[in-house]
Design a protein around this ligand. Structure first.
Ligand code: NAD
Length: 520
């Protein structure tokens, strides 16, 4: 089954019967609804919003536009389902996740095409998005039989001590559009396997991907109320979810601007908050680097997903000795990238997500020019032929200095800056000097330099001789400084976000034993 068979006319989901689309078609045949207490329901608001293909401008679906009333219903369902779900043995909870992963695997191509249609990334990357979701779901299903606690010796006789994980309650999961299948799974799967229930608020740009994922969890057998999804905008759905008194844990991935607002609210309300926000990631290229290898890593990291990855390389910190050669080669490679609708063959780079993104990126190009940065290639909207129908921006390379705004602020588009430096020490200092701390890469053939970088680079992720993107689900993912708030997504570390530690002491002495006092 092929969701977007007609790549020539870019017809997306149009013209496919619900039967052809299978389960996806049931959700997307007319109005895409909320999922509350195991039922697909419209918002009583009666309002709607559209999901559009950013490559073609075509409407893919019409969705119910929710508000605080829908959040209230979703939270009530999640609260109601919590006690039963937390008492369901973790291996049984995990079996449902395992089935969901199997369904995702079978539907991988359909889901990938949906990602490309709704969010714009090229189909190979759409498949990667879905594969990451599958990997995360299998991995967290494995946690059904792990979630290891700790048993340790205790200081008094005839006493036993252990600690174990408890679920928190209702988790509010708020996600961006750039990984519309993977990022929701990074939050939902650990939260669920630990015994929490969830109210999920996906990005307004990718509601159909979210609905497709939730339909898979429904099909896998998740009981009513355990996962609920409310579609709509940040202020109308996200804000009431953050503020709801019966949602003790919020997990947010998105921009710093929104994340900071949420942090202030959660601090006032005393909520547990997990933040994954922006990046200003750098690739350091030393004078001994394999430049062919570095060039492939730079092009992939700077222009993959049209630069719309939190780990995208928007700074290329380059040793002076190789700067001219690297600049020339990068300009050449950027100019050769083929832009287009991501389901068409031979397309290297898709559109950016929407009109506002296009304006923001263009605004930063203007800022860079005003700041005196040297524009080497690109810098404008791409409008040739069919590209005029979508939101395409030409791959852009500047030569800039470390303190310019374009070297400090997240642009979230296909724009990268070459920043010349004289030494490894200067490169690392420049790398560490931004408000973000997500991902860094270094290209060098010198093992001493590689280990110096491992010691001194202060981002949450570091690659040696590979670009800034390529995280795997069993390693912790997240950033230092303004990128996050100390939590990590993925790996066993993700379990800490969605559970409370409970220490348990069992005294089988039959008498009062006082810790720290009866020390004989
Ligand atoms: P965004 O902050 O605009 O939106 C993210 C989500 O928050 C959306 O669902 C949105 O509706 C919701 N939201 C908006 N206002 C809200 C409010 N007042 N209260 C509650 N929720 C609200 O971000 P975006 O444009 O969707 O995503 C791009 C950003 O995400 C970039 O900054 C990128 O770096 C970041 N990101 C970070 C990671 C990471 O793991 N560090 C991964 C992917 C994306």
């Amino acid at each position: 089954m092929n969701i977007a068979t007609d790549a020539r006319t870019c017809s997306g989901l149009q013209g496919q019967s619900p039967n052809q689309l299978g389960r996806l078609g049931v959700i997307m045949s007319d109005l895409t609804k909320n999922f509350i207490n195991g039922r697909w329901v419209e918002s009583p608001s009666g309002a709607t919003f559209e999901s559009r293909n950013p490559a073609t401008g075509e409407v893919l679906g019409v969705c119910t536009r929710s508000n605080a009333e829908d959040v209230e219903a979703a939270v009530a369902a999640a609260v109601n389902a919590f006690d039963r779900w937390r008492k369901t043995p973790a291996p049984r909870r995990a079996e449902i996740l395992f089935r969901a992963a199997e369904i995702m695997l079978r539907r991988k191509e359909d889901l990938a095409q949906l990602v490309t249609n709704e969010m714009g990334k090229v189909i190979a990357e759409g498949r990667g998005d879905v594969q990451e979701a599958i990997d995360m779901t299998y991995y967290m299903a494995g946690e059904g039989r792990r979630q290891f606690g700790l048993v340790a010796p205790v200081e008094l006789p005839n006493k036993f001590g252990m600690c174990l994980r408890d679920p928190i309650g209702v988790v509010g999961a708020i996600t961006p559009w750039n990984f519309p299948i993977a990022i929701p799974c990074w939050k939902l799967m650990p939260a669920l396997v630990l015994g929490n229930t969830v109210v999920f608020k996906p990005a307004e740009d990718t509601p159909l991907c979210a609905a497709a994922l939730i339909a898979i969890l429904e099909e896998a057998g998740l009981p009513p109320g355990v996962v609920n999804m409310v579609l709509g905008y940040g202020e109308e759905v996200g804000a009431p979810l953050v503020e709801h008194p019966q949602v003790p844990c919020i997990s947010f991935t998105g921009s710093n601007e929104v994340g900071r607002q949420i942090a202030i609210k959660c601090a006032h309300l005393g909520k547990r908050l997990h933040l994954e926000m922006g990046g200003k990631n750098a690739i350091i290229v030393m004078d001994d680097a394999d430049l062919d290898l570095a060039m492939d890593g730079i092009v992939w990291s700077a222009f993959g997903t049209s630069g719309q990855r939190c780990t995208a390389a928007s700074r290329i910190i380059t040793h002076n000795a190789v700067k001219n050669e690297l600049s020339e080669r990068l300009v050449d490679r950027a100019a050769q990238l083929r832009l287009g609708y991501g389901l068409l063959p031979n397309v290297d780079m898709g559109p950016v997500v929407n009109e506002q993104a296009l304006e923001k990126i263009h605004g930063y190009v203007m800022i860079g020019v005003q700041e005196g940065a040297k524009k080497l290639v690109g810098g404008e909207r791409a409008t040739d032929g069919d590209l005029a129908r979508g939101y395409f921006f030409k791959p852009t390379v500047f030569e800039a200095t470390p303190d310019m705004r374009i070297s400090q602020e997240e642009i979230f588009g296909p724009v990268t800056n070459i920043i010349p430096v004289r030494s490894l020490e200067e490169a690392i200092a420049v790398n560490n000097h931004t408000r973000y701390g997500l991902s860094t890469a270094i290209y060098t053939r010198d093992v001493n330099r590689a280990f110096t970088a491992i010691r001194d680079v202060s981002t949450g992720i570091l690659y040696i001789n590979a670009g800034t993107i390529g995280a795997e689900v069993h390693f912790p993912f997240g950033g230092t400084r303004g990128t996050g708030n100390g939590h990590r997504e993925a790996g066993v570390q993700a379990l800490d976000t969605f559970s409370e530690w409970k220490s348990v002491y069992v005294d089988y002495s039959g008498r009062l034993q006082r810790a720290q006092i009866d020390v004989e």
